[in-house]
Design a protein around this ligand. Structure first.
Ligand code: ATP
Ligand code: MG
Length: 429
């Protein structure tokens, strides 16, 4: 017996009922980013494994246990990208886009792959929209990234449901000093912290701050604070960012435990979180990574960026019922033709209307059929109006114009007047 074919667990089809909402979301973000002068970049989905090991860090969750890594036919180790920053930096270096201190404001969108436990808001193939800015080191650009997401939340109608959490990780030297103090403190409390944290203490001690384990959290209350170890430069940078957010009227909370999962961050880190989605509450996250480009073989180049999870934001739009009604309808007009002559005339008429009425969404009946069956299909298409073309209409060079959603009576309209009529009642209406 053959097994039913199935998609891979945690990798979802996005069905036609859902794609209008995705396109609305993606279109809204793209339009917003155009308005801020960001330019899109598209990177491959597969890269050499080494790229992610070198950029994300060997002892992070992603590299340790979440990557889809395989050998290709040449024996090269390749990985499905788990995030976008590494590939973006690789592309920027490879094409010399950051040379000579050039500023780059880039964005990308697409699928990412992580072998995690699938659950609501957490998948193995998921989608991100990410931004990366190169060669700007001031807090003004950190603020711009936050300001533009704040505008996005307003455009999407979800501003009240998200909170901005902020922290500064300082320079790598400051973080190094802090790491020592934290390790010393946690080593003295080793028997009170959970096993996973004991392991992290050896590999990536700052990640202990991220623990969900209540007993470890209790121990951490008295742990040394990163803020007390911040270097002067990072402190001034952080103050500069906060001043700008205050000026823009953007509320935030300082979360001293926010350390982020990736190794490459420095100074600013931030997350937009919501309490409306259960455990998977971070919808957008990022920060500054001034050391990354150099770490990947380039000249020292400041960088800052973030990525938002499209699935979580779509879930949030649905949860808050912020799905605009207008995106559900995908057909404005459905053309029914009865008989061979009418079908031929219908084809030319439809093409002419497409020339004349930009934005018109016109579906032409295919597969002939009786009055009853064509009207049924017209209704099911969601169209507002049916155009009817039979022998009588053909002889008079008119179409029957039939409202399908109770907006008045059926009437005949001359072919020559049809484009104007549709432009007023469908495209503008
Ligand atoms: P989390 O703590 O939820 O695992 P993360 O810190 O691993 O998130 P990032 O690498 O910062 O996530 O990715 C940015 C955003 O991408 C996240 O805030 C989230 O919205 C989304 N995201 C990350 N992993 C997944 C996933 N497995 N499924 C769906 N969305 C995800
Ligand atoms: Mg994660």
């Amino acid at each position: 017996m053959s097994k039913t074919l199935q998609a891979i667990r945690g990798m979802n089809d996005i069905l036609p009922e859902q794609t209008p909402l995705w396109r609305y979301f993606e279109g809204t973000v793209a339009g917003l980013l155009d308005g801020y002068g960001y330019r899109q970049i598209r990177m491959p989905i597969v890269e050499f494994t080494d790229l992610f090991k070198r950029s994300i860090g060997e002892v992070t969750d992603i590299v340790e246990k979440e990557m889809y890594t395989f050998e290709d036919r040449n024996g090269d180790s390749l990985t499905l990208r788990p995030e976008g920053t590494a590939a973006c930096v690789r592309a920027v270096l490879e094409h010399g886009l950051s040379g000579g201190g050039q500023v780059q404001k880039l964005w990308y969108m697409g699928p990412m792959f992580r072998h995690e436990r699938p659950q609501k808001g957490r998948y193995r193939q998921f989608h991100q929209i990410g931004l990366e800015v190169f060669n700007l080191d001031g807090p003004d650009i950190d603020a711009e990234l936050i300001v533009l997401t704040w505008r996005l939340w307003k455009l999407l109608g979800i501003r009240d449901a998200v909170t901005l959490e902020l922290n500064s990780l300082g320079t790598s030297e400051a973080r190094g000093r802090y790491r020592e103090a934290l390790v010393e403190f946690l080593t003295a409390h080793l028997d009170q912290i959970d096993e996973d944290s004991q392991r992290r203490l050896k590999t990536n001690p700052l990640r202990v701050l991220d623990t969900k384990h209540p007993e470890t959290q209790a121990v951490l209350v008295n742990a040394p604070k990163l803020a007390d170890y911040l270097d002067e430069e990072s402190r001034v940078h952080f103050e500069g960012l906060k001043a700008r957010l205050d000026a823009a009227g953007i509320p935030y909370v300082i979360n001293p435990k926010l350390v982020r999962g990736l190794d490459y961050y420095s100074k600013t880190v931030f997350e937009w979180v919501t309490d409306k989605l259960g455990a998977q509450g971070t919808v957008c996250a990022g920060g500054r990574y001034d050391g990354l480009v150099e770490q990947m073989g380039g000249k020292p180049t400041p960088g800052v960026g973030f990525a938002m999870g499209i699935e979580r934001l779509i879930l949030l739009l649905e949860t808050l019922e912020q799905v605009p009604e207008s995106i559900a309808r995908q057909v404005d007009v459905y053309l029914c033709a009865f008989g061979e002559q009418a079908e031929l005339a219908g084809l030319t008429l439809a093409e002419r209307l497409r020339d004349q009425v930009p934005g018109l969404r016109l579906m032409v009946n295919a597969g002939a059929g009786s009055f009853k069956s064509q009207f049924k299909k017209a209704d099911k298409s969601g169209a507002l109006y049916a155009l009817i073309l039979g022998d009588d209409e053909l002889a008079q060079q008119v179409v029957g114009f039939k409202p399908l959603r109770g907006q008045g009576e059926q009437q005949n309209i001359a072919w020559s007047a049809l484009a104007d009529h549709l432009a007023t009642c469908v495209v503008q209406g």
